[in-house]
Write a protein that binds this ligand. Sequence first.
Ligand SMILES: *Cc1c(COP(=O)(O)O)cnc(C)c1O
Length: 398
Amino acid sequence: MNSQQWIEKSDKYIMKTYGRYPIVPVRGAGCRLWDADGREYLDFLAGVAVNNLGHCHPKVVAALQQQATELIHCSNYYQIPQQIELAELLCRYSFADKAFFCNSGAEANEAAIKLARKYSRDKFGPERYEIITAAESFHGRTMATVSATGQEKVQRFFDPLLHGFTHVPFNDAAALAAAVTPNTCAVMLEPIQGEGGVNVPSADYFQEVRAICDQHGLLLIFDEVQVGMGRTGKLFAYEHFGVQPDIMTLAKALAGGAPIGTMLAKDQYAASFTPGTHGSTFGGNPLVCASAIATMRVLLEDGILNRTEEIGEYLLGELEALGKKYSFVKEVRGIGLMIGMGLTIPGADIVKQGHNRGLLLNVTHDTVLRFVPPLVVTKQEIDKMIVILDGIFAEVEA
Ligand SMILES: *Cc1c(COP(=O)(O)O)cnc(C)c1O
């Protein structure tokens, strides 16, 4: 079937929760995708920061193929070697002692919210359940994570929201300190806000946040669903800020494109999840964990993290140089390959123009072009992307 035929069938059978573009990718390799009509695209969205190793990395493909022949799924009533091995890897390379596995970012955050509440109830009693999160944050689409999210456009239509979330401006430690009450149990933040417009906090923000949490005995939860797994040039974004969380969530890039989520915690908090308090049928099954182990090994062994820092600086520099030529570009910001370009105009048309010219990119928060290519992106691919963008920008300016 060609793209048009797929789109007609989609209109008939798929719920319209997304404003989908008329592109039907059917094959990928590295930073490139091909659609059902054989058109090639340069992919600077990478499945929204999921395909960090590019599409169909051979080692991830091999791990999935091998595991599929041995055991695809097994209940969490039993011990799962691939899950155990992945947990060991995650704990060895992070602040954490224990892992819980689920299937998505929202579910990882649900687990974090539940653990924070359970721990605080165990330790302080039932009055401590409130979680402070940030305005413009994004934590997922389930009812609890929608309630945690600081964006009205995600929340509207779904009242009543879950009780117990307070929102404060991001990157404002004084506002956070002022929002703490005797009912507060935790603070949940993205180290760099993704959906909120690629917002990078000031260097000392998280140290102040950590101090506030320590002073009041609050758990600090980092949502690294988007920025974790090497995206910023470090395995985890918190490593840039000189602080450690008590709980951290990961998902998007963790298993190289297979659906997974995890919630990591220090032992003293993890101990509150006792048998029967939380669970997931698919969470951490052999297939996705084999994919995640392969993905993590490539990230750790192939020098990709250092390279991400370098190539990220190159992309940032090229985007800044491009931005200087055009009046509607306000600012370029980001760390590693998590980069946003703030515009004074909506970015939707630029994204569509990109599609027409074989470039996949994304706009978030209406006016921020988001660049989250695979970490294996080359300078040549960046140069090609800049030429395409320059052409589009020249038409927009004219
Ligand atoms: C994408 C995202 C989520 C939600 O992840 P899903 O897998 O879509 O549920 C949560 N938090 C952040 C920071 C995200 O970027």
